[in-house]
Design a protein around this ligand. Structure first.
Ligand code: SAH
Ligand code: SF4
Ligand code: F3S
Length: 506
């Protein structure tokens, strides 16, 4: 073999030192055994590399997007640690870099391309060995095609339905012949839950209760990239929460794109569920009640609630249960009934406001937060006035405000779009109102004492820690890291808009 060809072939293998004997045992067909097998093989490869080169290999996972993506990343990190890689906080120092992408707005896509551009040189120099991209953005065929053509230095591309296969895909890249391993499924095949995961915090965790979304809001890409709604069996969820409690976790957040429609379509063998046999109408409020009964769990959160499905039963369950956080994220999107209709949100301005009223009646100290979109096709000045009106009437503690972004393949992409300059102007106006309302509303607890869960040391204020109240507001106060993970009572001295300054009291 001439040297050039040899060199080229070695360049194709980022760090392979492989015994082909490993391949003499066929991989198991069923999961999770198959992934255990590939994790062992990857582990062997990495161990032999470390032994030969005398240095360790590291990884970094960058996550874009929502809590569900963040939770998926905990699973990716679990796999990468299991195969023997060390986590690095900084992507510039890692040998293996994975991006778990979001595509809910165009700027989420741009973020990925920005990172890839800056990593190209490192990849070419050999100091970065593997780049993997997964998540929602990869569920779009035209994007995968673009990566295939224009980002040939990316090693792995996989999607939301097969991210659990990271070790298998990595192994194929390391020992196989192709420079780029791409595997994206159109819809979920098997649900693999038993793989390692490394939770970011040791005291609070997200727990998936369902995957996907059936709502097809006309602006939104999520149903296309996450598939149809699938709920986990109650026993699986409660079992996971119980295990977390046994490990010392005190807070769980139940996660789904629309938690209020939990139970529409189950994954797994429904006939094995005694809970469902006893109560075929088991729903989200029932699940919340059962989660609250688990000893050791002191705070329960949930995200996200679609206003059309938030039932009075859920409000009652929250009111009766002190463990459930007094915080509801209730994305309104727009205050105009006509825009809401065209968004396919299936509630009117009046229905939303009446829901807010019912919530506030039973939960007077609740914090409401929301998502608002400005610039949906055909929006008028009057529609914006309605949005401002609903912000003032709902009195949100916090509102996440977004400029509408065209998502290819969604119905709204085909509607007539509004001039971006007009949209920007309206957006700034809405943002002003949001800031004014939330500064006023979120400071209403000043002078009171609240129980907070201490989450971290404060990066900007040495000697301070940051805690979260059950209404989701943050407070910074003097303390040290020994407090992390515990509940303390904090007097709220000063309101600073999105957060408070305070001090611990007995
Ligand atoms: N399932 C949640 C929302 C998930 S996406 C719900 O229904 O409330 C989070 C937020 O991103 C949405 O609430 C919406 O405000 C925003 N969003 C979604 N698609 C968008 C788009 N095409 N352009 C701008 N913002 C968008
Ligand atoms: Fe998107 Fe609507 Fe589903 Fe939320 S409910 S994820 S906005 S389609
Ligand atoms: Fe983004 Fe996917 Fe979540 S598109 S918002 S990461 S479900």
């Amino acid at each position: 073999m001439n040297n050039l060809v040899k060199e080229k072939q070695e360049k194709q293998k980022p760090f392979t030192i492989v015994s082909k004997d490993a391949l003499s045992v066929l991989p198991p067909e069923s999961e999770p055994d198959r992934q255990e097998y590939y994790m062992d093989l990857c582990h062997e490869l990495i161990e032999s590399y470390i032994a030969k080169k005398g240095k360790t290999l590291s990884f970094n996972v960058t996550t874009f997007g929502c809590q569900m993506n963040a939770h998926d990343s905990e699973k990716l990190i679990g796999i990468l640690e299991k195969i023997g890689l060390e986590e690095k906080e900084n992507e510039d120092e890692a040998d293996v870099v994975i991006f778990n992408t979001c595509t809910v707005r165009e700027n989420a896509n741009q973020k990925l391309y920005g990172h890839l551009g800056s990593l190209k040189k490192r990849k070419e120099s050999g100091s970065l060995k593997i780049i993997g991209i997964c998540g929602c953005m990869m569920q779009q065929p035209e994007i995968v095609e673009h990566i295939r053509e224009s980002y040939r230095f990316v090693d792995l591309v996989f999607g939301t339905f097969n991210f659990y296969k990271l070790a298998e895909l990595l192994y194929n890249r390391l020992v196989g012949d192709s420079m780029q391993v791409i595997e994206v499924l159109e819809k979920p095949d098997v649900n693999v839950e038993q793989l390692p995961e490394k939770r970011k915090f040791s005291f609070k965790s997200g727990v998936n209760i369902m995957y996907g979304c059936n709502n097809f809001c006309t602006f939104c890409i999520v149903p296309y990239v996450r598939g149809r709604e699938r709920s986990r069996l109650p026993e699986d969820i409660l079992g996971e929460v119980k295990r977390l409690a046994d490990q010392g976790y005190v807070e769980v957040m139940l996660l789904g794109q629309n938690v209020n429609s939990y139970g529409v379509n189950y994954i797994g063998d429904q006939s094995k569920s005694r809970i469902l046999a006893d109560n075929p109408d088991y729903n989200f409020p029932d699940l919340m009640n059962d989660v609250c009964k688990i000893e050791g769990i002191k705070r329960v959160r949930f995200m996200t609630s679609h206003p059309k499905d938030l039932s009075d039963k859920l409000i009652d369950v929250i009111a009766e249960n002190p463990k459930i956080a007094r915080h509801i994220h209730l994305p309104v999107q727009s205050g105009s009934t006509e825009i809401l209709r065209r968004m396919n949100r299936r509630y009117s301005k009046e229905a939303y406001l009446s829901l807010v009223e019912r919530i506030r009646e039973k939960l007077p100290d609740v914090s409401l937060t929301t998502d608002i979109m400005v610039g949906f096709p055909g929006e008028t000045d009057q529609d914006i006035e309605d949005t401002i009106d609903i912000i003032r009437k709902s009195r949100y503690d916090q509102a996440f405000t977004f400029i509408y972004s065209i998502r290819t393949g969604t119905p709204a992409a085909k509607m007539e779009q509004t001039d971006p300059d007009i949209v920007n102007e309206r957006f700034n106006h809405v943002l002003e109102v949001v800031r004014e309302v939330s500064a006023e509303v979120s400071s209403r607890f000043k002078g009171s004492t609240k129980e907070v869960l201490v989450e971290c040391e404060n990066d900007h204020m040495p000697g301070f820690v940051t805690g979260r109240m059950d209404n989701n507001l943050l407070v910074h106060f003097p303390g040290d890291k020994s407090l992390i993970g515990s509940f303390v009572n904090v007097y709220l001295e000063e309101a600073k808009g999105f957060y408070y300054l305070g001090k611990i009291v007995d």
